[in-house]
Design a protein around this ligand. Structure first.
Ligand code: 5GP
Length: 114
């Protein structure tokens, strides 16, 4: 095993984060560099590096994350709309190799993303 990722350290409470949701399988916390009034990072506790590393056995887990995001968005009052983004690999700008979903809301989003 290499050096734990920043997100693994947040799961293990080795570095601080503002956690807004947690259950047995996942964690949601505020992005340190928010790009919208609401910008959360939603991660599985299981260490999956990227979308490319999702296995068949992870199907229920990934579905669980989306159900969690839907609940979090409702709790935060994002009924006007929100965006879920996943960057996969260097060309997409993935910086942290622990799969994560950006949950962005609280402003009008533009399309297409850059
Ligand atoms: P990526 O570019 O990999 O899709 O997104 C990584 C995200 O993690 C970025 O939006 C970045 O601001 C956020 N991030 C990086 N380091 C930390 C940290 O230590 N704490 C928190 N809360 N967010 C972080």
């Amino acid at each position: 095993m290499g050096e734990p990722t920043i997100f693994k350290k947040i799961i293990d409470r080795e570095i601080p984060a503002t956690i807004v949701y947690e259950d047995d399988l996942c964690l949601a916390f505020e992005d340190i560099n928010p790009r919208a009034p609401t910008h959360l990072i939603v991660i599985p506790k299981k260490e999956i590096a990227s979308v490319d590393d999702i296995c068949e056995e992870d199907e229920a887990l990934i579905g669980h994350l989306f159900v969690a995001m839907r609940k979090i968005a409702a709790d935060l009052g994002l009924g006007d709309g929100y965006r879920v983004v996943t960057n996969n690999g260097p060309n997409a700008g993935q910086e942290v190799m622990h799969i994560h979903f950006h949950l962005l809301g609280g402003r009008k989003m533009t399309w297409p993303p850059g």
